[in-house]
Write a protein that binds this ligand. Sequence first.
Ligand SMILES: Nc1ncnc2c1ncn2[C@@H]1O[C@H](COP(=O)(O)OP(=O)(O)O)[C@@H](O)[C@H]1O
Ligand SMILES: [Mg+2]
Length: 254
Amino acid sequence: MSDALRVENLKKTFQKRGAPPVAAVDGLSFAVPTGHIFGLLGPNGAGKTTTLKILTTLIRPTSGTAEVAGVDVARDPLSVRRKIVVVVQESAAEIFLSVRDNLLTFGRFHGLKGDALRARADDVMEKFGLVQDGSRKAMDLSGGFRRRIQVAKALLVDTPVMFLDEFSTGMDPILKRSVMALLRAEARKGRTIVLTTQILSEAESLCDDILIINHGREVARGDVETIKALSATHNATLEDVFVELMQQAPETPQ
Ligand SMILES: Nc1ncnc2c1ncn2[C@@H]1O[C@H](COP(=O)(O)OP(=O)(O)O)[C@@H](O)[C@H]1O
Ligand SMILES: [Mg+2]
């Protein structure tokens, strides 16, 4: 099977006037096979969001290359955008629109229309438990609920690659479980899912493939079992290993 992501020596340095440069992404290389659920993990400030922003063409890399579904992000960002759907941390639902209109507007933007769009929106609202509140404005709903609308949008379209930056923020455990089951079903259909999360138990049960980074560099790479085996202790959880790895990691000056 082909790779959905191919990243080669990727770097992004932020240069602010009067401040030393920040190497947010500092030489990452990795590939993700099509249909995998890939977890990009790391502590706050590790470079997760910056990496996602490069892969989704929101910012350009300083150097190195990244391909999404076979397309280079710097050379052909418009083609990349047609192949992806993105739920980023700061993305807010359209607060003045109802839940249903949020989905319909998003679907139209992605080329769906008419009965097919309405049927698709109904199906997604059903799956995400949004039917009852379909006509309520997003602004009248809780943060977790608005997050639910955002993730629902990713299932409204059939783009080959899906990016989710901390998708579960504000979701209760029951909803989170059902969303995780929905994501697994999407991956089984052949969609590639790239996600970041601070909740390692979530990554442990969801991801086929994990990359842990710190200071913009690779710390560990592999499936859950491979990464757990890096721990000194028996029966370690992914969170145990994560904490161990971060304590071992040498402090690099930023
Ligand atoms: N636009 C920016 N300008 C300057 N520094 C930035 C910018 N965006 C991110 N950074 C810095 O890059 C590093 C990585 O940030 P980020 O990718 O948001 O990390 P994460 O998502 O893993 O928490 C941090 O040190 C952050 O302060
Ligand atoms: Mg982030």
